[in-house]
Design a protein around this ligand. Structure first.
Ligand code: FAD
Length: 474
């Protein structure tokens, strides 16, 4: 079968866009697909038209440079395009796309997956109250439209993202009631040698913390938010000291606030990789369940490459370099010349960025004590309104896999496709059934990867083509 292009790249963030540029430089025909209208991914997302005149910062400049590079290349970029199914047919990749309400198919000889990460928010009592935002999700509010999460915000979470979000809210004129992080100061100090592999990024993080401290914003180290109150809006945030495994250990304290940014790390988005045939293994240092991927993006499946946070949470700097390596590897497979010098340089840049990324991921990786925070009435699956008690009862009747909980209760079958609840459900099974961390895998992914209208899935199917068997003789 002849393919529409040499290489299709799914995801136009730092990893995917750089993979596409590198592969196109090697002379390959490349199609770059993303559901966002413009390249940039999560970290370098483009501003909406309403805030185009807002002052530039280092991230918007990096995003603009990436978008210019994509525009100036020979890449065919399809923005606002969702990929909802991936198949391998006769040695060629077939992708099912949704553009508006139109479904399309395309084929490629090689596929590079750069699908990034999704945010993990561990359910706590009251976390579904209006005014609670994901920590990573809050960055989308500022970058997209300069919107603040509220008038007086508590920022709570592990790793560097909490400090970035708090410092950014302050820079944009918002008020921070407090920053609450389960990490201790000594954990941060221990992470510094590894983070020094990228002194520029370390210095940037230090600026956020220094900015908060000099402005007198309280930082509660080794504390976690354990409940939120409010009915139609957050009115108070409750927090406690936590032990090194993040179990709440002390009296509850309360802060008045109208909003909360809450996050417990990022999870590699692996559903596309699973649909393409890759098996996952649990790698805590990479943020959870990931496919086996070499630093240059090569996987166990021929002509399938994975790069960026979807291969393990190592951050944007590592994603850029791994994207270039994956683009180089894919193009080399189609006869492009590979400069050994460039390849070695990229490998060593990736090793440095990955060292920094692993240290940041280790700080943010959710710990077992978090499982002690939710109460029986806490919602775990928002789409299906399933509580901790509902899911725990199902586990106690023998449902000790995410597939079994999904089949029994529909957890993960709502509009989010399990992207918000599946990690919480895995952790709940481990905790309830006394299994080790990382032993309960995500559910088997099923198409569609993204919500698709039934008419698009039915395609050109004709009911008249249904074979109807003859009536049985009476
Ligand atoms: C909500 C969120 C906010 C974040 N904010 C920051 C931040 O402010 N600073 C920071 O340092 N790090 C941030 N991160 C982490 C950051 O995403 C990465 O380190 C970096 O962007 C990784 O680059 P990437 O190219 O691997 O993935 P991404 O930048 O996430 O790019 C992946 C792209 O794939 C696309 N995609 C995935 N699946 C499909 C599909 N089926 N169909 C079509 N398109 C698809 C997505 O739309 C996305 O544009 C954030 C993460 C998340 C989840």
């Amino acid at each position: 079968m002849t393919a529409d292009c040499d290489i299709a790249v799914l995801g136009a963030g730092p990893a995917g866009a750089n993979a596409a540029i590198q592969a196109a430089t090697g002379g390959c025909s490349v199609v770059l697909l993303d559901e966002a209208a413009q390249p940039g991914g999560q970290v370098w997302r483009a501003k909406s038209t309403s805030i185009l005149s807002a002052p530039a910062n280092s991230e918007s400049k990096a995003g603009d440079a990436l978008r210019r590079a994509v525009n100036q290349s020979d890449i065919t970029h399809h923005g606002s395009t969702r990929v909802w199914q991936i198949e391998r047919v006769d040695d060629v990749w077939r992708l099912y796309l949704l553009q508006g309400n139109q479904t399309e198919k395309m084929t490629a000889r090689a596929l590079i997956l750069a699908t990034g990460a999704r945010e993990f928010v561990h359910p706590i009592p009251g976390w579904t109250t209006p005014g609670v935002h994901g920590l990573a999700g809050a960055t989308a509010l500022f970058k997209d439209a300069l919107i603040l999460p509220g008038k007086n915000t508590v920022v709570a979470g592990a790793g560097p993202l909490a400090f970035f979000v708090a410092s950014e809210i302050r820079r944009l004129g918002g008020q921070i009631a407090a920053v609450i992080t389960p990490n201790s100061r000594s954990e941060w100090l221990r992470a510094i040698p590894a983070m020094s592999a990228r002194p520029d990024l370390l210095a940037r993080g230090a600026t956020w913390v220094a900015d908060l401290m000099t402005s007198g914003i309280p930082i509660h180290w080794r504390h976690a938010v354990t409940a939120v109150s409010g009915t139609s809006q957050v009115d108070a945030v409750h927090f406690q000291r936590v032990s090194p495994d993040w179990s709440p250990v002390d009296k509850v304290r309360t802060l008045n606030a109208d909003s909360l940014c809450l996050g417990h790390g990022l999870i590699p988005d692996t559903q596309a990789a699973q649909l393409a045939g890759l098996e996952l293994t649990y790698r805590a240092e990479l943020g959870g369940w990931v496919a086996r991927v070499a630093p240059d993006g090569i996987t166990e499946v021929k002509n399938l490459f994975v790069c960026g946070d979807g291969a393990g949470i190592l951050g944007a700097a590592a994603a850029v370099v791994q994207g270039r390596l994956a683009g180089l590897a894919a193009a080399t497979g189609f006869g492009a010349q590979r400069s050994e010098n460039l390849y070695q340089q990229l490998l060593s840049q990736h090793a440095r960025a990955a060292r920094f990324g692993r240290a940041a991921t280790a700080l943010a990786l959710p710990r077992p004590g978090l499982n002690r925070v939710a109460t029986p009435n806490t919602i775990i699956c928002r789409c299906e309104s399933l509580t901790l008690a509902d899911i725990r009862d199902e586990i106690r009747t023998g449902a000790t896999s995410t597939n079994a909980v999904k089949a029994g209760l529909r957890a993960g079958m709502g509009p989010c496709g399990g992207r918000y609840c599946q990690t919480a459900v895995s952790r709940l099974i481990e905790h309830t059934a006394n299994l080790p961390e990382g032993s309960v895998a995500p559910p088997t992914p099923r198409p569609p990867l993204r919500p698709v209208p039934l008419s698009a899935m039915a395609d050109d199917f004709n009911y008249d083509d249904l074979p109807i068997s003859k009536p049985a003789p009476l």
